[in-house]
Write a protein that binds this ligand. Structure first.
Ligand code: KG4
Ligand code: ZN
Length: 336
């Protein structure tokens, strides 16, 4: 075990997660207390319930992380926390906890952008990644292509103009009567379906744009389901899921490789909750073989929200000389 040990706290949505990461790459503990079961019955995350659950869980999860890492408080060199974007009440629980710990330990406090966390998750398990690095960030709230040039330095190439990819997965899943979160459910039933059964639209947008749009696709799927219902026709859920998923994958893969070509880079990191989708990562790898590119993605547990990614980003923020100070506040719509 070497390098500074950073405690990472993530409470932006429905996971209360605390981790300890040494030297920006060695995960000593990564405790994730998911609230999914609580929110499932409402079909999505209820912000008020999320913050209350974070309040109930955070102290226990912090204790568990220290115990699992076999460390005492004095061993922690810095505290990193998701500052935003996210649900304000949920973020505030993490931010207040991190401030209290940093204050009592007299250690640096680092405010981390949630997307920087998702991006840095890729450095936890992969060696040999060079900067600048092309990143495809696909989560429930974001879909972006950007070039990471250094910690906190990035060039945005394109982003979604409407729904995020994960949001589209969740909404289509809901229309199919599948439970929340929809991404893993769609992936599961799509394995039994025919991806070529229904021709759903792919939004390539004008003149080589690297922006995304998933709302047209989502509407096309909802219309398909409604129309079949009105006509009394059977909806083969597996085929709808597989055809929808394929439409998302085609666009993500097409635009990611267009971005590699435009930038002249040959390494691509795919991160965020949707990067847990095995059909997406295998489609990217298949194309990478043809194009001579390299694909990096975190393992599924590090794709969805977790404290380790925040601790890893925090380590790099610390190396960059950041120290937020105790006036750090949660910013629900924090820009990149
Ligand atoms: O990164 P994340 O945990 O939270 C945000 O920052 O938004 O991403 C959650 C999103 C949800 O929309 C979820 O349905 C999606 O990631 N997701 C998946 C898969 N696992 C999670 N989407 C497709 N396939 C999956 N296997
Ligand atoms: Zn996230």
């Amino acid at each position: 075990m070497s390098g500074e040990k950073v405690l990472g706290i993530e409470t932006s949505c429905d996971e209360t997660s605390v981790a300890v990461v040494a030297g920006g790459e060695e995960i000593l503990a990564n405790i994730i207390s998911s609230q999914i079961k609580t929110h499932k019955r409402y079909g999505g995350v209820v912000p008020e319930i999320a913050s209350r659950k974070h309040v109930e869980n955070i102290a226990v999860v912090v204790e568990q992380a220290l115990t699992e890492a076999a460390l005492s408080w004095e061993d922690i060199n810095a505290v990193a926390v998701t500052q935003g974007p996210g649900l304000v009440g949920a973020l505030l629980v993490g931010v207040s906890t991190a401030k209290a710990i940093a204050y009592s330990l007299k250690k640096p406090l680092l405010g981390i952008h949630h997307l920087m966390g998702h991006i840095y998750a890729v450095f936890l398990e992969n060696k040999g990644i060079k900067l600048p690095l092309l990143c495809l960030v696909v989560s429930g709230g974001h879909t972006s292509l950007l070039v990471l040039e250094g910690y906190g330095r990035m060039r945005l190439l394109g982003q979604t103009r409407d729904d995020a990819a994960g949001e589209a997965f969740d909404k289509v899943a809901r229309a199919l009567g599948l439970s929340y979160p929809g991404g893993p459910e769609i992936e599961r039933i799509a394995r039994e379906g025919n991806a070529g059964a229904i021709q759903f639209p792919r939004a390539w947008l004008e003149g080589g744009s690297l922006d995304f749009s998933f709302s047209g696709l989502k509407s096309a799927v909802l219309n398909y389901i409604n129309r079949a219902g009105q006509k009394g026709e059977e909806v083969i859920q597996e085929d709808v899921a597989a055809s929808f998923q394929q439409a998302v994958i085609d666009v993500l893969v097409g635009k990611a490789f267009a971005a590699l070509k435009d930038t002249g880079l040959n390494q691509l990191a795919v991160v965020g909750g949707v990067a847990a989708n095995g059909s997406l990562t295998s489609a990217l790898r298949k194309r990478a073989v043809v194009e001579g590119a390299e694909i990096f993605n975190p393992s599924p547990i590090l794709c969805t929200d977790n404290g380790a990614m925040i601790a890893c980003a925090g380590y790099h923020a610390l190396k960059g000389g950041q120290d937020a100070g105790l006036d750090l506040n949660a910013v629900p719509n924090l820009p990149l």
